[in-house]
Design a protein. Structure first.
Lengths: 489, 450
């Protein structure tokens, strides 16, 4: 019987070995994927047991931090000092979920990223409490504040994105109406559910990040793309194009008129640069008709249209330029109507490309990540996103954008305070809705100072009316705030 | 060794206090002193009643028992004294004391077994009596109304609840049946082993000899069906197959046994929604593949273990209370979360050592009945650990049985201590030196009979 007993022993050994292997798999190998399983509240709750890293702007203003709390299960609570202003960037970090940078950089902020493992181990040995890494944004607090307060005083839904054209660093990213992320920081689960349900049901959609996740018709700002296509196809800024007061579109009874039905620069054939400054729809409709939708689409995509993969590291909704079917629709699409849509970030990217001699830098929000001991864990390195146009083409578009502001016939000439800042711009007033009911969307894209640009900006105000009247002044305020900041440095 | 075991438990208990409240826990002296006294009494009893018994078993069992008490205290403190959390099935403020009392009962049972059963052979006399007792103990909960026999919220009918006091008779049935199987098979092993035909290289037993196996199989499946308790039925059946295999040394019994059980279990999983759900939860535990959410407990336990990682969160540092029934079936996940992979492996190795010591006694002992009994008991312990730990770690479908020595509850604890006593009695018999032959040929040789 001993032989059988030995075999039974072997069977017992096998069972224990199986158990040991399985617990090793579960607690060693599989632990990380279990932790990231949706519904694992342990991992999520754990982050409130120690200090999560802060989020600061590039100029050192703290926009999110963990503060110790008393009388709770949890030791720390998230706090957003200037909540609504930075909400589109920071997002929130609640008991159950996170958004924005809080989500995108969660592993570093919570200190669970593999790059922090060694530091955590040292902390464990030396008895220091674990602490997350802090994230430094590219956001400039002055520009961001200016953007949000300008949007707020306008009172209409809209967004502003400003970036450094030479690096792609995003200087401001504001959306209005916004929400206060502090309501998500509550450590009371039922309170959190209530607040979340309330914000979600609001008609004004405060949770929507309009700067990167909402698209609007670009209107006349799309003429930057149309001009770029034209210059690449042999036109110059002095080429004369047909600019009637009323352009009859081929194969239809539809016509295209200028914004208020006015004559374009005396009529007839006008130089492109004047048509651009005055934003003549007929001239650019005619030009687009001749260039063709395929060429426009190719150029738009080089600027970043139809790209659903861009992350900054927040996911950016694609701006769209679908192929227009037929000459008439192509003409509409060439002036930023038809089915063209654009995010405010993409607006800024148009100006940034021209400002940076035709090279578009990849937009990014995170400047650096620093561990709790202040050593740098990550440092952003600017990278080229695309070369939408050649430097030659860029300089011609730039000349035209300068004319928009400096030429008295330009659409941006009347914007208060714009001349002192040496802004180059393009306005847009986009019709939207069926049969163009409702107010137009005001669109504006610009960079400054044009001699050596350090800021490129895109502004969209839903139902704002004329681009120069509603969106332009907001851009000017943000540019001014940023230039003032740079001067004081 | 015993001192070491008590020291480890005391340290762990102090750890819970620091982990939960940052200070030494109240009752350190009472609980740990109480445990030390119990263990000392047990030790003295062993010295007197079974001096040759395996010296490792008592300290190992005491260590497990002590750690179980520590975990009870840790879980009992949830929601008290400013500690966060709520248990799905609340524990009373005296749960730890109760568990300590059960431990005292367990030690009493341990000493009683050593005292009454001076020779393993004694039990052989009661083979059929104990077999009947075992079957009755199993059958009682199935026959009683749900209100008395159903474990709340689990659908398993395995207990007798009366006046706020519950007993799980199957824990004791396990011991009775182990004796019955061993006694029965010692008598019948020759006929089971030798008669039969050889087909396809496997020795098949005669059809009429299959009778008892089929009865055992049928009984275990009926139990499965009426009491919805797949774990215990697997345990009984595994015990039976192991003992019959050791008795006959014929592989055919293993193959027949295992295939019968697997086939039967699959059939029942189709018929019984309770068992079917367990299979479903095992295969698709996570939310995406499990819309009914019936794996919540399993998944919470796994999250807890994953959260514990290699080193654990420290006693009092995790949230084991988020797992439903963590104090009984899922106690191993609480250990996994708080003492980590390292601690859990140590626990498993302690179980492995007890099993190995039991099997060693089985191999050493000469009496075939004792051999079968020790082998069966040790194997049952191994199987029980495998079924419950494998179940909560998703190695096999989850079946709710107790974790020996660690789970909350008296029946399991007392039965486990009695099992250790039986194993120690057998090892005492095995290791007792033979009577010394007296050198002087002229003298009358005295053979000690006890």
């Amino acid at each position: 019987m001993n032989r059988a007993l030995r075999r039974i022993s072997l069977a017992c050994l096998v069972m224990f070995v199986l158990l040991l292997i399985n617990v090793n798999y579960l607690q060693g190998f599989d632990a990380n994927s279990l932790a990231s399983e949706p519904g694992n509240s342990r991992a999520f709750a754990q982050q409130f047991q120690y200090q999560r890293g802060s989020i600061t702007t590039s100029d050192g203003v703290t926009v999110a931090e963990s503060r110790p709390v008393k009388g709770s299960v949890y030791k720390y609570k998230r706090y957003y000092p200037d909540g609504p202003v930075y909400a589109p960037v920071t997002g929130y970090d609640s008991l159950y979920s996170a958004t924005g940078i809080e989500q995108a950089e969660d592993k570093l902020l919570s200190g669970t990223d593999p790059t922090l493992t060694v530091r955590n181990l040292i902390d464990l040995i030396t008895g220091k409490p674990q602490q997350g890494a802090s994230v430094q944004l590219t956001i400039n607090s002055r520009a961001q504040q200016a953007a949000y307060s300008a949007l707020k005083s306008m009172g209409k839904s809209g967004a502003v994105v400003a970036m450094n054209p030479q690096t792609g660093a995003i200087l401001a990213l504001a959306s209005y109406p916004s929400y206060n992320p502090n309501v998500y920081a509550t450590l009371d689960g039922s309170q959190l559910d209530k607040a979340d349900a309330k914000l979600r049901s609001e008609a004004s959609q405060p949770l929507l990040n309009r700067a990167i996740n909402a698209t609007y018709p670009p209107g006349s700002t799309f003429k930057i793309v149309t001009s770029s296509t034209a210059f690449t196809h042999g036109y110059t800024d002095n080429s004369r194009v047909y600019a009637p007061t009323v352009l009859t579109l081929p194969d239809t009874t539809k016509t295209l008129i200028n914004s208020d039905g006015e004559v374009c620069d005396g009529g007839g054939h006008v130089p492109l640069i004047d048509a651009f400054a005055q934003s003549c729809n007929t001239a650019f409709g005619y030009l687009g008709e001749h260039l063709g939708s395929a060429a426009l689409k190719a150029q738009a995509q080089k600027y970043g249209f139809n790209d659903s993969k861009l992350t900054i590291p927040l996911a950016v909704s694609p701006s769209n330029y679908p192929l227009a079917d037929g000459a008439a629709l192509t003409a509409y699409s060439a002036i930023g109507q038809y089915s063209d849509t654009i995010t405010p970030l993409q607006e800024a990217m148009l100006a940034a490309t021209i400002a940076n001699h035709g090279t578009l830098m990849k937009p990014y929000l995170v400047q650096a990540v620093k561990a709790a001991d202040l050593t740098t864990v990550q440092q952003a390195t600017p990278s080229v996103f695309a070369h939408p146009v050649s430097p030659g083409v860029a300089s011609q578009v730039k000349n035209m954008m300068i004319q928009v502001v400096s030429n008295p016939i330009g659409t941006g000439y009347v914007i208060p305070g714009i001349h002192a800042l040496h802004v180059a711009a393009k306005t847009g007033t986009a019709q939207n809705g069926s049969n163009n009911t409702g107010l137009n969307d005001a669109v504006f894209t610009a960079f400054a100072p044009y001699a050596n640009p350090n800021i490129a900006i895109g502004v969209v105000i839903k139902g704002g009316g004329y681009g120069a009247a509603a969106a332009g002044p907001i851009a000017v305020q943000v540019i001014k705030a940023y230039q003032d900041y740079l001067e004081r440095q | 060794m015993l001192v070491f075991a008590v020291a480890v438990v005391t340290f762990a208990y102090a750890n819970v206090g620091f982990g939960l409240n940052g200070k030494l826990p109240p009752g350190l002296g009472e609980y740990c002193g109480g445990l030390a006294v119990l263990v000392l009494i047990a030790h003295l009893a062993v010295r007197r009643l079974a001096p040759w018994a395996d010296p490792l078993m008592l300290p190992l069992a005491a260590l497990l028992n002590g750690l179980g008490i520590v975990m009870m205290y840790r879980l009992q403190e949830v929601g008290r004294n400013g500690n966060p959390g709520t248990l799905s099935v609340p524990m009373s403020a005296t749960a730890t004391t109760t568990q300590l009392l059960y431990s005292a009962l367990g030690i009493a049972g341990f000493i009683l077994v050593l005292l009454v059963i001076r020779e393993p052979r004694m039990l052989q006399r009661y083979t059929y009596t104990l077999g009947a007792v075992g079957l009755v103990l199993i059958a009682i909960p199935a026959l009683l109304p749900d209100s008395i026999s159903e474990v709340p919220g689990t659908g398993a009918k395995i207990q007798i609840a009366a006046g706020g006091f519950t007993i799980q008779p199957e824990e004791f049935a396990k011991l009775a049946l182990a004796v019955f199987f061993a006694g029965y098979l010692v008598a019948k092993r020759d006929v089971l082993a030798l008669a039969g035909r050889r087909i396809l290289g496997i020795d098949l037993p005669r059809a009429r000899d299959l009778g008892p196996v089929l009865i055992a199989w049928g009984a275990s499946l009926l139990m499965l069906f009426f009491e919805s308790d797949i774990g215990t039925s697997a345990l009984f059946f595994g015990l039976f197959v192991a003992v019959i295999y050791v008795a006959t040394q014929r592989t055919s019994w293993l193959i027949i046994g295992v295939s019968l059980f697997v086939g039967g279990a699959l059939a029942v999983s189709r018929l019984s929604s309770h068992v079917g759900q367990r299979f479903d939860a095992w295969l698709h535990p996570f939310a995406a593949g499990n819309p009914s959410g019936n794996a919540f407990q399993l998944v919470q336990g796994m999250y807890g273990m994953g959260f514990g990682g290699v080193l654990g969160r420290g006693l009092g540092g995790g949230q084991p209370y988020w797992t439903p029934l963590v104090q009984s079936d899922f106690v191993i996940t609480a250990f996994g979360e708080e003492i980590g992979l390292t601690g859990l492996m140590a626990l498993l190795i302690i179980y492995g050592l007890i099993v190995q010591r039991g099997l060693r006694a089985a191999i050493l002992v000469r009496d075939p009945f004792a051999k079968l009994l020790a082998g069966g008991l040790a194997f049952t312990l191994a199987l029980q650990v495998f079924v419950i730990v494998g179940g909560v770690t998703r190695l096999i479908p989850l079946t709710g049985i107790t974790t020996p020595f660690l789970s909350q509850g008296g029946s399991s604890l007392v039965a486990s201590w009695m099992m250790i006593a039986l194993l120690m009695r057998i090892s005492d018999t095995a290791r007792r030196p033979p009577p010394q032959a007296i050198q002087d040929e002229g003298m009358t040789q005295v053979v000690k009979l006890r």
